[in-house]
Design a protein around this ligand. Structure first.
Ligand SMILES: [Ca+2]
Ligand SMILES: [Ca+2]
Length: 411
């Protein structure tokens, strides 16, 4: 996947203000090319516990002279440089306050033309991906204080973990056909080529209708209403960006909120063709994807049927039919399971090589009201979270997390 640079934190003076203030202090005609400056470089980022290793390259643009320095377990570099116009490049790794080792980089230009110069260089986290990632899925649901099942208020939360505006238009969410807790040894089975699905929805929009700023998120709720008004243990999701209510299944008692756009259900294996229902025990996998140019829901249903068979417990052959999303369309995904039931992951390891989950064992009653969330690596310069995505959900996610929308949707 394409690597993107994200701002970890911008601390201290910016270069441009340094240059302006230095220039104003100078006699306009007072410096010569041969003069030297004592330069103090400080590398900075938020929530960093150790500046482990930084390779610094300092290139003078006119003469081509290049200085290389290695800075270890430190974020300060002092050196002498001739007056000139410099490009400073930094590559390395740091340890965050939460103990994660992350790659960082920085580039900066600076004019050095005073006897001493102090530069603060903001380090950027090198992050994976160039599209949305799944930050959280709340699939367990809640029980009412009276101990009854409350079947709504589940949601997907997708985050723009890049440094540019992304459009949610047309994003696909896929729910696995198989369970991580059951392995029937089906044939054919090709998870390295495609992801078998039992449910698939697509967000509306024609390309640029739903912009999402860097670091911001969208919520796709089963039903975008204030569930907290129905039962005190459920969440207020009325400000969700999209919803997938099932009106046809009356037992869910879901309603269509007219002010929140509905997703398009492209495929579901449920008896109600408007219904996608997340497995409360958390043994499914989820992906997000985009149709390549020329593909759409109609083509997909024509060309991506997936039929398979297996030998059932009675010794007979079971034939089944589902659909499958090519892995090349998938932009993110992750597996969920529980320790005492885990059989296999359902994604290619290039999408997710691990699994996360909620609950300590199969149908652990304490799983209810908890979700899975990604770990936070740091903050953007606008105070938004940057999330971990190494395509290994065992490392990237927090199990048994407190749902981020517990107190409603706050951006
Ligand atoms: Ca609606
Ligand atoms: Ca990923």
């Amino acid at each position: 996947m394409k690597k993107k640079l994200l701002l970890l934190g911008l601390v201290g003076l910016t270069i441009s203000s340094t240059i302006v203030s230095c220039a104003k202090d100078d006699d306009d005609f007072g410096f010569e090319q041969s003069q030297k400056s004592t330069v103090n470089l400080t590398f900075l980022g938020t929530e960093i516990s150790n500046y482990k290793s930084l390779e610094v390259e300092i290139l003078e643009n006119n003469t081509g002279s290049l200085v290389k320095k290695l800075v270890e377990n430190n974020n300060i570099l002092n050196l002498e440089l001739a007056y000139g116009s410099y490009k400073i490049t930094v590559n390395g790794s740091v340890v965050t306050a939460s103990g994660e080792t992350v790659d960082v980089a920085a580039t900066m230009t600076a004019d050095i033309k005073t006897a001493s110069s102090a530069l603060s260089i903001p380090l950027l986290v090198k992050q994976f991906g160039s599209d949305f990632i799944i930050e959280e899925v709340f699939y367990t649901g809640v029980k009412t204080p009276e101990g009854k099942n409350y079947n709504s208020s589940r949601y997907f939360k997708l985050v723009n973990n890049t440094d540019k505006i992304l459009y949610a238009d047309g994003l696909i969410i896929g729910q696995s056909e198989f369970l991580t807790s059951v392995n029937n040894n089906v044939t054919p089975y090709t998870p390295n080529e495609k992801f078998a699905i039992k449910g698939m929805m697509q967000l509306p929009g024609s390309g640029t209708n739903h912009p999402v700023n860097p670091g911001d998120f969208i919520v796709i709720a089963d039903n975008a209403v204030n569930h907290n008004a129905n039962t005190s243990t459920a969440f207020n999701l009325q400000n969700a960006d999209f919803e997938f209510p099932s009106i046809k299944n009356a037992t869910l008692a879901q309603v269509d909120n007219p002010s929140v756009p509905n997703v398009k259900i492209i495929y579901t294996s449920m008896a109600f063709d408007d219904m996608i229902y997340l497995h409360s025990s958390g043994v499914e996998s989820y992906v997000i994807a985009r149709f390549p140019t020329g593909e759409n829901a109609e083509n997909f249903l024509q060309n991506h049927k997936y039929t398979y068979s297996y030998t059932n417990a009675a010794g007979n052959i079971t034939n089944k039919s589902a659909y499958a999303i090519p892995n090349s369309w998938i932009v993110d995904g992750f597996n969920n399971s529980v320790v005492d039931k885990f059989q296999h992951i359902l994604t290619s390891t290039t999408i997710d090589s691990g699994w996360t989950g909620v609950g300590e064992f199969w149908n652990d009653p304490n799983r209810l009201g908890k979700s899975v969330r990604r770990k936070v690596l740091g903050k953007t310069n606008t105070g938004k979270n940057i999330y971990k995505d190494t395509n290994n959900s065992t490392e990237d996610f927090i199990k048994n997390a407190e749902p981020s929308l517990k107190n409603g949707i706050v951006h």
